[in-house]
Write a protein that binds this ligand. Structure first.
Ligand SMILES: Nc1ncnc2c1ncn2[C@@H]1O[C@H](COP(=O)(O)OP(=O)(O)O)[C@@H](O)[C@H]1O
Ligand SMILES: [Mg+2]
Length: 564
């Protein structure tokens, strides 16, 4: 789920705080380029870009011919928020100040199977894991030095202390596996054949044929929407020759209206960037324009006029615009459809990315490890375990990669501390990452419910989401309004979890879960300035909730008991 890890978030660390948006930079417009909206990177990342020539891992050679600037920008929250530094370009080393991440440190108490009945006995105690010192790279530092992680880890340490020497000999193994488990745009995309084919067909039938149209891509976070589109645009460069391609990540905008001047700049409109002028330009002479708007839900505004205007552009007489919008919510276009419905031909084509299955997640992680021959370092059973757990919650590839990478770090740190305590012993082979380490990370990320053996295979609706739906129903029934603020919902949910002796998700995860429910088409989220003011309403009829939850017992019991 979208975890927003933007650094300047005072209250809840929620994904889409407009306050975390970054200003747009003017950029010289270019025809036939995938136009990256350059967001200022953090110093370390900027510097990292400068260090591209340094030979790093086997992967860097794979990537040496890939221009970084040609890749789709990841959303800022994913970039700035990636404590693992793994949203850095894939050729680069980067390691995380991960311990600063509250979610990983939260002492939540959850029973292991989030889908089992919640009326059970109190949560089991989980064996406390040994405190492992953080590696220098993962230790959080308020100000990261102006150098990339690779500088800090590469041979500088060599020859200094026995520990450093010992560690550096093993470093490459851990390091390359950690790198391979990055969450930046991959150079090889697995599965998603159907979705790829749908995008290619849109490009061929509309963009290349100069038949203006729109495509809306939806799907929960980490389901590969951005990565897939990026790969298709890269692969189809030849096909898109002569097409003016503009890619904008809407997360970078200060406000929804800021899209217009930015687009004006990218299209090379010299004076005035008003909507009217843009419409005139897009209906005037010139090449076909392919506009890709990632994180498009950021354009959500009162009365949806920005989204409506943009969705209408392809259908203006003599338009030369093809639009591809990407966002999490299944119903973004539904919300503006009442106005588009007057002109049925204006309805965008829809493409949904379903969550990844455990087989797919397993294949994605295994493929990354195989790229650096790291199979010896990560047990196949551990990867499988992670894939099953993540697919049972969200099917988010980013999360699966993050969890495996974190498990590697734990083992690396443990090896490092062992080496420090026995400096005289000769270097040993790197330890393997197996199920216990992955279970530990899963427990840190999801709570203890994920730490033990599973059992929720086949279960489609995780307990935490069920509880949130029940809470929303209760609050709506007890109040007058049809929507509830996130702050209030969280309050009721926390009480319910306490009452039922279930470890609850933290506030950040709660919003993530709401977004997941939004992408399942059960909740509607209306963003507000403050994340906790986000208004949440039920998108389905009350009577359909039981059906959606497939858990009459739980629902009945909670509703009968009333507000906690
Ligand atoms: N099919 C895939 N094959 C390989 N890696 C993937 C795949 N899908 C997702 N990933 C990894 O997960 C990351 C997050 O995916 P992304 O496309 O950003 O998700 P979304 O845009 O749906 O939130 C990607 O950058 C990539 O590293
Ligand atoms: Mg994305």
């Amino acid at each position: 789920m979208p975890s927003t890890r933007s650094q300047n978030q005072p209250t809840l660390q929620f994904p889409r705080r407009k306050s975390s948006r970054l200003g747009s930079r003017p950029k010289v417009p270019s025809v036939n380029t995938v136009d990256i909206h350059a967001t200022p990177l953090s110093p370390i990342k900027t510097n990292v870009l400068d260090s591209r020539s340094i030979p790093l891992s086997p992967r860097s050679s794979v990537l040496k011919n890939t221009s970084l600037s040609e890749r789709l920008p990841l959303s800022p929250r994913k970039r700035t928020g990636d404590e693992n530094g793994c949203n850095l370009p894939t050729s680069l080393l980067g390691s995380p100040p991960k311990q600063s991440r509250p979610a990983l440190c939260s002492p939540r108490k959850l029973s292991f199977n989030e889908n089992k009945p919640v009326f059970s006995s109190p949560p089991r105690p989980v064996p406390s894991s040994p405190k492992i010192p953080l590696s220098p790279v993962s230790r959080p530092s308020p100000k990261r030095p102006q150098e990339s992680a690779c500088f800090r880890l590469l041979p500088q340490t060599e020859g200094k202390t026995p520990v450093a020497r010992l560690f550096s000999t093993k470093n490459s193994g851990y390091q390359s596996v950690k790198q391979a488990l990055h969450t930046a745009v991959p150079e090889r995309l697995l599965s998603r054949e159907t979705e790829r084919a749908a995008i290619v067909s849109f490009l061929k039938n509309h963009v290349v044929e100069a038949k203006p149209s729109s495509l809306y891509i939806s799907g929960a976070p980490g389901t590969g929407k951005t990565a897939c589109l990026n790969c298709v645009l890269q692969e189809q460069k030849a096909l898109l020759k002569g097409i003016q391609t503009v890619v904008i990540n809407c997360m970078n905008l200060r406000s929804s209206h800021a899209i217009f001047p930015l687009l004006g700049e990218k299209l090379g409109i010299s004076k005035g960037h008003s909507e009217a002028r843009l419409a005139k330009c897009l209906t005037g002479s010139g090449p076909t324009v392919l506009l890709v708007l990632d994180e498009m839900d950021q354009l959500d505004s009162k009365s949806q006029e920005v989204l409506y205007t943009i969705f209408e552009w392809p259908y203006l007489p003599k338009s030369r615009l093809c639009l591809i919008g990407i966002a999490n919510a299944l119903d973004l276009t539904d919300r503006i459809l009442p106005r588009l419905q007057a002109k049925p031909h204006c309805r965008p084509k829809l493409l949904n990315f379903p969550p990844y299955s455990h087989e797919e997640l397993n294949a994605i992680v295994q493929d990354r490890i195989a790229q650096v021959s790291g199979e010896g370092l990560l047990d196949a059973a551990a990867v499988q375990f992670c894939a099953r757990k993540v697919s049972s919650v969200s099917g988010d590839a980013r999360k699966a990669l993050d969890i495996c990478r974190r498990a590697v770090e734990i083992v690396e740190a443990s090896d490092r501390s062992k080496a420090a305590s026995e400096p005289s012993t000769s270097p040993k082979a790197a330890s393997r990452v197996s199920v216990p380490q992955v279970a530990r990370v899963l427990s840190e990320v999801y709570g203890d419910r994920m730490a033990s053996r599973g059992g929720e295979d086949g279960e489609s609706f995780p307990l935490q989401q069920k509880l949130l739906v029940c809470c929303l129903l209760l609050v709506i029934r007890n109040g007058k309004s049809k929507d509830v603020q996130l702050g209030k919902l969280y309050e009721v949910y926390s009480k319910l979890c306490k009452q039922r002796q279930v470890g609850g998700a933290g506030q950040t995860e709660c919003l993530s879960l709401c977004s997941l429910l939004e992408s399942r088409g059960i909740f509607t989220l209306k963003k507000a300035k403050e994340a906790r003011m986000t208004k949440i309403s039920l998108r389905i009829e009350e009577r359909d909730v039981e059906n959606a939850l497939k858990d009459r017992t739980l629902l009945g019991s909670i509703l009968a008991a009333g507000l906690p």
